[in-house]
Design a binder for this molecule. Structure first.
Ligand SMILES: Nc1ncnc2c1ncn2[C@@H]1O[C@H](COP(=O)(O)OP(=O)(O)OP(=O)(O)O)[C@@H](O)[C@H]1O
Ligand SMILES: [Mg+2]
Length: 252
């Protein structure tokens, strides 16, 4: 039996590291699927390098200690997802002008904390955990998909799958209980793409669904991406966390 030390639940699981910790564990399968296929971690669409990160294991934790202190308190609010009349769970805007400061790393660590809180909290309440409790939207990739079916003279075989995948992601980004919208507003966006991005964020704010946004632009710049009304609501619902320092990319 293969040891399931690559399980996202290992820091919370009593069986972690024991003989019973293996890839046929029902909880491992719920998270990571059978033989590397499926499971809620794959459904989340997080990039492979970041897949198992939590606040405790994030490489950015030490150099962004103050932010991580705030985030420990923030993730403690995640149990409110089970309280229909609970206070709204805040959204976050992770910003640094400099690239490589740990924004994406941190956003995914928090996303995984939601996934774990959702899964364990559901079991504790005898509820069926959602199949897609969290979703990672790479805004650049999403925009690339958009371009693949919105240029002229694109063959149908390219345009159709791109458009299908584009709308699939859009739906998940609108409806998943918790999402990361990674890298907002970094490239020139057409009016049509901007309208779609707008509708994703509008759907979330309207339904009080929290999100983490990361960006190399200050939140004030989002006033040019969204209309004033949506911008005001996003500002209202977001705590802004500024990441300091220079790029740590390639340091490991
Ligand atoms: N504070 C940090 N300490 C150590 N390593 C870090 C830190 N921040 C980021 N890294 C590492 O640097 C790489 C880039 O991090 P990440 O993708 O989170 O940066 P980012 O802020 O999202 O960058 P960008 O603005 O380009 O999107 C990753 O491999 C990550 O592990
Ligand atoms: Mg990033």
């Amino acid at each position: 039996m293969t040891h399931a030390n690559n399980c996202i639940l290992s820091s919370r699981c009593k069986l972690a590291g024991s003989a019973e910790c293996n890839r046929s564990c029902g909880h491992f399968i719920a998270m990571h699927g059978y033989s590397g296929k499926g499971g809620r971690v794959a459904n989340a669409n997080t990039p492979a390098d970041y897949r198992l990160l939590t606040l405790a294991t994030s490489p950015a934790r030490e150099s962004q200690a103050k932010i991580y202190g705030t985030l420990e308190k923030y993730v403690a609010t995640f149990d409110r997802q089970f309280e229909p009349d609970g206070d709204r769970i805040k959204s976050l805007f992770l910003f640094s002008e400099s690239p490589g400061t740990g924004k994406t790393t941190t956003a995914i660590a928090v996303l995984n904390e939601w996934l774990i809180a959702h899964y364990l909290g559901s079991l504790r309440r005898n509820r069926q955990p959602s199949q897609v409790p969290v979703y990672f939207l790479d805004v650049n990739e999403w925009q690339t998909l958009f371009n693949e079916f919105n240029r002229s003279n694109i063959p149908k075989e390219v345009a159709e799958p791109a458009s299908r995948e584009y709308y699939r992601r859009m739906h998940l980004a609108k409806t998943a209980p918790f999402v990361v919208c990674d890298d907002l507003g970094v490239r020139d966006a057409t009016t049509a793409f901007r309208a779609d991005l707008h509708s994703v964020i509008n759907a979330r704010t309207t339904n009080a669904l929290p999100a983490i946004f990361t960006s190399n632009l200050p939140i004030e710049e989002m006033a040019t991406v969204f209309d004033q009304r949506l911008y005001d609501r996003v500002r209202d619902q977001c705590a802004v966390l500024a990441f300091s320092g220079s790029s740590k990319r390639g340091r490991r």
